[in-house]
Design a protein around this ligand. Structure first.
Ligand code: B4P
Length: 192
């Protein structure tokens, strides 16, 4: 199995590059953001709880996202591996992911860290807010809160994966296809 975490601040291109990775390596795509938005659209109890956090730019409680991920891992048990997109976002989620994968006899192989400056992130998300239907992209204060939460709660995970020798830094600015090319070369050299 091949398990890749695509990591980065809101607007760093995780969703965009996940599409490339899923296509290229034929892996399952597990995006907690997409799962949460689906739960909100279906008005499930988890979705209703998550909405209040997402509207404010805060993280949804660990138990909620861990339950969503566990269910999907079980549903897609035949997959050749996974792209974890937007998960883990806290140390508790990272430790739980290691445990869940160990129970299935497979590890996280690598983490791709998309590095993008804050001003670029804000501009991208405001632009998506104008053309898309994500309410968390419309308000600059919410966007800046999401970035602040990322820096406080999620960025420290890089050390966790660096210690395991799994961290790969990718410059996340430029044409999406150029970034995909860099990712392809990084994955190839890491898996040698
Ligand atoms: P997510 O859905 O993960 O949203 P995101 O961080 O904004 O990333 P996304 O993948 O959508 O954007 P991308 O960078 O690809 O999470 C939303 C919310 O859900 C969180 O705030 C949180 O509340 C909650 N949540 C999700 N997972 C959670 C977890 N594990 N624990 C707790 N809470 C959780 O792209 C952004 C834009 O940039 C796009 O419009 C794209 O077109 C553009 N773009 C991408 N690459 C570009 C490039 N190279 N050049 C120019 N533009 C580019």
């Amino acid at each position: 199995m091949l398990n890749i975490i695509i990591f980065g601040a809101p607007g760093s291109g995780k969703g965009t590059q996940s599409t490339f990775l899923v296509e290229r390596y034929k892996l399952g795509h597990l995006s907690t953001g997409d799962m949460l938005r689906a739960a909100i659209a279906q008005q499930t109890p988890a979705g209703m709880q998550a909405k209040a956090f997402m509207d404010k730019g805060q993280l949804v409680p660990d138990e909620t996202v861990i339950e969503l991920i566990t269910n999907e891992l079980d549903k897609q048990s035949q997959a050749a591996g996974f792209i974890f997109d937007g998960f883990p976002r806290t140390l508790a989620q990272a430790q739980k992911l290691d445990k869940m994968l160990a129970e299935r006899g497979t590890p996280v192989n690598l983490l791709l860290n998309l590095d993008v400056d804050e001003d670029v992130l804000v501009a991208r998300l405001l632009n998506r807010g104008k053309i898309g239907n994500r309410s968390d992209d419309r308000d600059e204060n919410v966007i800046r809160e999401r970035i602040a939460v990322f820096e406080k709660n999620t960025l420290p995970l890089l050390e966790y994966y660096q210690k395991q020798g799994k961290l790969c830094n990718i410059k996340g600015v430029g044409e999406p296809s150029e970034i995909s090319k860099q990712i392809r070369q990084t994955v190839a050299s890491q898996l040698k």
